[in-house]
Design a protein around this ligand. Structure first.
Ligand code: NAD
Length: 429
């Protein structure tokens, strides 16, 4: 571990030797949430080999599941000859102002449309600094949700706000609350909820990579076979929501690990990702553009090219390099420094690249040896430690468990007891 930290110091200039980079003081923790009784640690790791938009990056990851960091680093190595390329949309969030008990929803929609320039001007005046940074409220949209319902006529106003480097939830909520009474008066209705939508489908990241067969090949796998198998696995996810859910879980393995390391609201991103998977633009499936409309889709797809694979991920990613937990969590700020992230679009690019990488690694493993071999080797080490093994005994117990294929807690205890007894017998008095 110290060697890894030294390597990181040489590459980044950040001195991590002898310190725990993710540590949080009790005082800081107590200021973050309520009723704090302590802190809860998770492993903080670096995924390597990432070349994203022509720049090398160390990808910080905080996660409890074994093999995600290895999978990401491995897939990034396969993608490395050309690297990942990304396109970020403008960081546009949507705020919703719900208006209920509207007698004439059409008249309300007309009145709101006419008042849009004035409403936007008022909204911009409320966030002068954001406007100076090139962001701020940019559009207002009116949607009629119900003509008659238990809540009467229901209209919702969407305020589109460019949040620049902030995730933006508080910014958006503040603006929605400030405009709600004015909007309700124009619609002759009652103001209901005023809050952002986590389905931020106007704030997306697109990540692409092209991988040659030679990179896909392994000691016991032919590159062209892997290419065909990964493309077939992608088609399976495109046809079947049951598979798409697991495909997307593999993407979120990489994305969430980066989000946790960098202090982001990963619940917000998860909610947005799955809502987008269920509502986003349908992709052409087997020549039928409408085949999957309304269904739950994979966020990333893989296609065969003449010489390898082409992968593309599109997902909403509302992340910030200012605000939120970054005010108070030194580990999250350090993670941004390690990755060389200054702006939110770079963070989205790296989190998206990590997601496409873990997706590829999972599909490659599933399409070749299956994921259990790698998982079980790591799992065996965990069981060996849980059984009480320390030092080189961890590897010896894990190796025996993995070799027999019987990777279970009670077996780990048995093997440890036998190996420990044997080593006591061998120890000279
Ligand atoms: P925030 O409240 O800390 O606001 C960000 C601040 O950064 C603003 O005051 C802005 O003026 C300032 N800023 C400085 N430099 C900036 C730049 N370059 N670009 C943009 N702003 C800049 O944070 P936020 O992003 O508004 O809100 C995020 C928080 O809201 C997260 O902690 C999240 O968990 C929480 N939240 C989420 C939800 C949800 O997702 N449904 C709901 C409520 C709250």
């Amino acid at each position: 571990m110290e060697e890894r930290r030294r390597t990181l110091r040489e590459a980044t200039g950040l001195d991590l030797v002898g310190i725990d980079p993710g540590a949080l003081t009790l005082e800081a923790a107590d200021g973050m949430i309520e009723n704090v009784i302590g802190t809860y640690a998770l492993p903080f790791a670096i995924a390597t080999n990432f070349l994203v938009d022509g720049r090398d990056a160390f990808i910080p990851m905080v996660v409890e599941e074994a093999s995600i960091v290895a999978a990401a680093s491995n897939a990034a190595r396969m993608a490395r000859p050309r690297g990942f390329t990304t396109t970020a949309s403008a960081p546009m969030m949507i705020g919703q102002i719900q208006i209920t008990h509207v007698d004439d929803v059409d008249a309300a929609a007309r009145a709101l449309a006419e008042a849009t320039p004035a409403l936007l001007a008022d909204a911009r005046r409320l966030v002068p600094r954001l406007a100076e940074r090139g962001g701020g409220p940019v559009a207002l949209e009116v949607r009629v949700l119900a003509r008659e319902s238990l809540d009467g006529g229901v209209v919702v106003v969407h305020l589109h706000i460019d949040c620049r480097d902030a995730m933006g939830a508080n910014l958006v909520n503040t603006l929605c609350e400030a405009l709600a009474d004015q909007v309700a008066a124009l619609a002759h209705g009652r103001a209901g909820l005023k809050i952002l939508s986590n389905l931020c489908d106007a704030r997306t990241i697109t990540v692409r990579c092209e991988i040659d067969d030679a990179q896909l090949a392994g000691p016991d796998a032919d590159g062209a076979d892997v290419r065909r198998a990964v493309a077939a696995a992608s088609r399976f996810a495109e046809l079947d929501p049951y598979r798409a859910a697991t495909h997307n879980k593999g993407i979120m393995n990489g994305v969430d690990a980066v989000l946790v390391a960098t202090g982001q609201d990963w619940r917000a991103v998860e909610a947005g990702a799955h809502a987008y998977a269920a509502t986003g633009p349908a992709m052409p499936i087997l020549g039928d553009p409408g085949a999957q409309r309304g269904s739950y889709r994979p966020l990333a797809v893989w296609r065969e090219t003449a010489t390898g694979l082409s992968g593309e991920l599109v997902m909403p990613l509302a992340v910030g390099t200012v605000g939120g937990a970054l005010h108070v969590h030194p580990g999250a700020r350090l993670a941004l420094e390690i990755a060389g992230i200054e702006h939110a679009d770079r963070l989205a690019a790296l989190a998206g690249a990590a997601g496409l990488a873990t997706n590829l690694a999972a599909l490659r493993a599933l399409a070749t040896e299956g994921i259990q071999r790698g998982h079980m080797a790591l799992h065996a080490r965990g069981l060996a430690r849980a059984a009480g093994a320390t030092g080189d005994m961890v590897e010896r117990v894990a190796a025996e468990l993995a070799a027999t294929g019987d990777v279970k807690a009670d077996r780990a205890r048995e093997v440890l007891a036998r190996l420990a007894a044997a080593s006591v017998l061998k120890t000279p008095p």
